[in-house]
Design a protein around this ligand. Structure first.
Ligand SMILES: [Zn+2]
Length: 312
């Protein structure tokens, strides 16, 4: 006992210490089965395998949000549904991202509701085969409604159909990098593509610093972050490095369901308007706790310049 006693005392003291709050992050991917939908089915299969391999390697319980209109390509419907099956077989969850990727800002409420219903037929069937139902809706362009009335009416509609809103807290302009990357790959400029991919992975750091700072200002504690990215070639090629970076920053991967159990993520969303800001900014308004940080840093100038020249 003479030797054991100090050991026991030390162990008891350690147990009495409050556990340092673990940093947590949920990974969410939009525009399934794949963006852009014009990507060949062969490439979509290979890139989906790559996305899922990265998620499984890092034990990420991710969720993907589906645009079912992307399934309806003549001769490929079954193949594209197979991509969604692969997500479920890999243990990932699927949610609804509406049919046609219609934005709420420019779509009347009845048509917007129709897009949700049309957008769940296949997903609901695939989930039912596994004893599950769709549980989360990700607003397209993360536009939650043009007016308070439309927003509240749609939220009531979601609830009645068994859906909860899927918020996000972190994004780092992946659609801008993805468009520039896709262009470089299609032109066969692989060195350039690698440079874009490196810049993209690096851009996650300043974005996380901004949103971590915002969360600390709002809640004065560690709250779960929710990352929004897309099922794209860029993320298929970069996700492994991004997940390693997140682990390096001390994050553990949690499901969207677990992230939303944190009371901070149930804060009121006080934003109404045409943009699609992080829920941290919406909660800042809803809780009337102003933050000194207004949004995430822009991508490097050479990336935005290329993106703009592609969009012209
Ligand atoms: Zn989308």
């Amino acid at each position: 006992m003479g030797v054991l006693r100090p050991v026991l005392v030390t162990l008891l003291c350690l147990c009495a210490l409050p556990l340092a709050a673990q940093k947590r992050i949920a990974i969410t991917l939009d525009d399934l089965p794949f963006h852009p939908a014009s990507t060949s089915l062969r490439d979509q299969r290979a890139l989906t395998r790559k996305l899922l391999a990265a998620l499984r390697r890092h034990r990420v319980p991710a969720i993907g949000f589906v645009n079912e209109d992307k399934l309806l390509v003549q001769g490929e419907v079954d193949g594209r549904i197979g991509l969604l099956e692969a997500w479920l077989d890999a243990g990932m969850e699927l949610g609804n991202h509406n049919y046609g990727h219609l934005g709420f800002q420019a779509t009347p409420l009845p048509a917007y509701e129709d897009a949700l219903i049309r957008g769940e037929a296949v997903t609901r069937w695939l989930l039912a085969k596994r004893g599950k139902t769709p549980r989360y809706y990700r607003h397209t362009f993360t536009q939650t409604g043009p007016t308070k009335e439309a927003k509240e009416a749609f939220e009531a509609f979601l609830k009645a159909r068994g859906y909860a809103v899927a918020p996000f807290t972190v994004e780092h302009d992946d659609f801008i990098f993805a468009a520039v990357y896709e262009d470089a790959v299609r032109r066969g400029h692989l060195k350039e593509a690698a440079k874009i991919r490196e810049a993209y992975v690096a851009h996650l750091d300043p974005a996380l610093e901004t949103f971590e700072g915002m969360a600390a200002e709002l809640f004065a504690r560690e709250v779960p972050q929710i990352l929004l990215i897309h099922a794209s070639r860029l993320n298929a090629d970069a996700l492994d490095a991004m997940l390693a970076k997140l682990e390096g920053r001390g994050y553990a991967f949690v499901s969207l369901e677990d992230a939303l159990k944190d009371p901070a993520c149930q804060s009121p969303d006080g934003y109404i308007g045409p943009r699609g800001p992080s829920w941290l900014l919406r909660w800042s308004k809803g809780l009337d706790r102003p933050t000194t940080k207004k949004g995430q840093p822009d991508p490097p100038g050479w990336i935005t310049a290329r993106y703009e020249s592609l969009s012209r």
